[in-house]
Design a protein around this ligand. Structure first.
Ligand SMILES: [Zn+2]
Length: 420
């Protein structure tokens, strides 16, 4: 054997050894991945046993679906919707339709948007076992998820977010949706909130999603902000970033770092990889510019076909024949629901599921979350916000439909802790 062949063989053996070490470390690790979905949240947990949990599904048109497909994730053991806002469940119906979902957990607080209705229809159609956000522990392989329930009788979606404390040996992470100061304080008073390794900063780094007491209790080494570049809401707040940094956390944000991946060991050790600034290869996600963002104003879609029955065809059409009481829904008007209010911006979701950011002072009336507006279109096919009028009967109808669906699902909850 000549010298170069011997060296080559030794190099190959060493490379194989390294690969085996990396693969075995990976096989014993838990992966916590904060996907870059633009302005919204979506996170995936993969246990060493290969069990998969999805926490939130990003806005409509987010790259979640292509992520699930490219990884051949055809079964999700547990799907959690932190709350019903469209930047968290916009991609949920598609995710539920594209995978087999074993368990589904949400906050049980009805919302009136078309996105929420479509999500809940998909939950029922999926056959997933529904779980309420009660104080329960869900064991997923060698990981444990402790559910932090929202305060009872909560109607506000953000302050009704489901909290999840993920425990994998000594490693802990906290994901709390868009919880605001009220709910964070509630948990500090009613739950035991431990020090954790990773915090998903609540409400996209908005000032109302962080408190000094919450930082003091959690004292994470890593704080991840899931946020879209150039969003209309001023997320994240620089002061919030500084607060977490001052407490010793390294702050990652999906708008700058891309998808953030944490590989955690049972001993509490971890590695952070990120799509845009790490040399390590991570799964490709489509460029943000190639997708619809629910924070980018979109022109209203023309009604694509006229239905003979019902309010909507598929998810994007308003029926010519739809009648509510004695007031017909004309072809030149549509419902828009107040999904949420972010400072000066009112986020309206049309019955086509597309979210639009509208400055609050554009509307002729003061609105709050969940209000359903009847809006006329201009001759150019754009929503004429000055025509917006509240339709309380339609709002009540949607709340009743959602309430009935939640009651049916609740009846199937086995209760107690769950082992997946
Ligand atoms: Zn949000």
């Amino acid at each position: 054997m000549n010298l170069s062949a011997s060296l080559l063989r030794r190099f190959a053996a060493a490379a194989l050894g390294l690969l085996l070490v990396v693969c075995s470390a990976r096989a014993q690790s838990l992966e916590l991945r904060f996907l870059n979905v633009g302005q919204g949240d979506a996170a995936v947990i993969v246990t060493p046993e290969g069990k998969k949990v999805l926490v939130d599904a990003g806005p409509g048109g987010s790259p979640l679906l292509s992520y699930l497909r490219s990884h051949h994730y055809d079964t999700l053991d547990l799907v959690i919707a932190s709350h019903g806002h469209s930047d968290h469940i916009g991609g949920m119906a598609d995710a539920l339709g594209a995978t087999t979902v074993r368990y589904y957990l949400d906050n049980g607080i009805p919302h009136t948007t078309a996105t929420y209705q479509r999500t809940m229809q998909a939950v029922e159609a999926s056959g997933a076992q529904y779980l309420q956000a009660t104080a329960r522990t869900i064991t997923v392989g060698s990981a444990r998820l402790r559910v932090l329930p929202p305060p009872s009788r909560q109607v506000d979606q953000n302050n009704g977010s489901v909290g999840i404390l993920l425990e994998f040996g000594e490693f802990r992470a906290l994901l709390t949706g868009d919880s605001e100061q009220y709910e964070l304080q509630y948990w500090l008073q009613h739950e035991s909130i431990p020090q954790v390794t990773v915090v998903k900063v609540a409400h996209h780094g908005s000032p109302n999603g962080t408190t000094a007491a919450w930082i003091q209790a959690t004292r994470p080494q890593v704080a991840v902000i899931s946020v879209g570049a150039g969003n209309s809401y001023g997320h994240p707040s620089l002061r919030v970033i500084e607060q977490w940094q001052r407490a010793g956390a390294r702050v990652y944000r999906t708008d700058r770092d891309g998808t953030v991946i944490i590989m955690a060991g049972r001993d509490g050790s971890y590695v952070v990889l990120n799509e845009l600034t790490s040399p390590a290869p991570v799964a490709p996600t489509p460029a943000p510019s190639a997708r619809e963002s629910d924070s980018t104003p979109q022109p209203a879609r023309a009604c694509c076909r006229v239905c003979s029955r019902g309010k909507a065809c598929g998810n994007s059409c308003i029926s010519r024949a739809y009648r509510r009481g004695r007031e017909p829904m004309s072809e030149r008007e549509a419902f828009y629901t107040v999904d949420r209010i972010e400072g000066d911006i009112t986020v309206l979701v049309g019955d086509d599921g597309i979210a639009l950011d509208v400055p609050g002072d554009t509307l002729p009336l003061r609105v709050r979350e969940g209000v359903v507006l009847r809006v006329r279109f201009t001759a150019g096919g754009q929503p004429d916000w000055s025509s917006a009028a509240s339709d309380d009967a339609e709002r009540e109808r949607r709340l009743k439909e959602a309430g009935d669906r939640i009651a049916r699902l609740r009846n199937t909850d086995p209760g107690g802790d769950v082992v997946l």
